[in-house]
Design a protein around this ligand. Structure first.
Ligand code: NAI
Length: 258
């Protein structure tokens, strides 16, 4: 049985996804910058914020899975309270780098799932900007070029997740001939450690208001089940898509926050 690779397994949604997949008997390889408390599989400690870190993680996966892998869930992510370069490095270039590095190891029929966010629901209006950044050959040059661009640096988390939506479609097209599917999941506020950072970044009242409207915040379990579905053969005809898992605020009022 070929293993599935999951990033961000040491906390929140990634940790719960690992438990759900292990529960259905999947073999797992987990990646995180922080040590995992409990993880049922091969754990690789790596920092996905630099090309060298991504390369080291991919090399360790290749060594741990000489027969190849059956899927990849890019769940690791950082909030907008982190420096904007780190936000884009992990959330955009970490995802792109790991997909490109691990795709050659993937069996036909494999699924890739990227964690986007429901804040990025209107991403098509900035599609060209996303393409320019997310497809740039040189990560550091692309980030240097954004240094004076306040629209990006002040809203780095939003832009990073818009780029994830763009990359998901782009990579789905790129990998279609190899029969590897690429989809994204867009959660609303989920009760994990990152939520406190979202309150600081988007405004406490807005985030808590979303929780009140819905009666609760999302649980890691709510998202993990959908990630699991997108990695399974049962979702074989879902490709290049996004599934919003947010309890419904976008449906209710057309945007994430009032
Ligand atoms: P979390 O903060 O609980 O977990 C994130 C994990 O990513 C941590 O284990 C962290 O160590 C790891 N990570 C961060 N930077 C890394 C790096 N440079 N290298 C390796 N690992 C790194 O957050 P949560 O809620 O589990 O978030 C998972 C994903 O879901 C993220 O991509 C986040 O943006 C996304 N998301 C979360 C929402 C929420 O409300 N919790 C809402 C929408 C999207």
């Amino acid at each position: 049985q070929l293993p599935i690779v999951i990033t961000g397994v040491s906390s929140g949604i990634g940790a719960r996804t690992a438990q759900v997949l292990a529960g259905r008997g999947a073999a797992l390889i987990g990646i995180d910058r922080n040590a995992a408390q409990t993880f049922d599989g091969v754990f690789i400690q790596a920092d996905l914020s630099t090309p060298a870190g991504v390369e080291a993680a991919a090399a360790a996966v290749a060594a741990a899975a000489p027969q190849g892998i059956a899927g990849l869930a890019n769940i690791a992510g950082v909030p907008g309270t982190a420096p904007w370069r780190t936000v884009l490095a992990v959330n955009v270039f970490g995802v792109r780098g790991l997909v490109r590095a691990l795709a050659p190891l993937m069996a036909e029929g494999s699924g890739i799932v990227n964690l986007a966010s429901n804040v990025a629901v209107q991403w098509r209006t900035v599609r060209d900007r996303c393409a320019k950044v997310a497809l740039a050959e040189d990560q550091n040059a692309a980030l240097d070029a954004l240094a004076g661009d306040e629209e990006v640096t002040a809203e780095s988390y939003l832009f990073s997740k818009q780029c994830v939506r763009f990359l998901t479609e782009h990579l789905a097209a790129e990998l279609l001939p190899r029969r590897i599917r690429v989809n994204s999941v867009s959660p609303g506020p989920v009760a994990t450690p990152i939520l406190e950072d979202f309150k600081q970044d988007h405004g406490r009242d807005k985030v808590e208001g979303a929780g009140k409207l819905l009666g609760r915040f999302g649980e890691p379990e709510d998202v993990a089940r959908v990630v699991d579905f997108l990695l399974c053969p049962e979702s074989a005809w879902v490709n290049g898509s996004d599934i919003r898992v947010d309890g419904g605020p976008v449906a209710y009022r057309g945007s994430v926050f009032a």
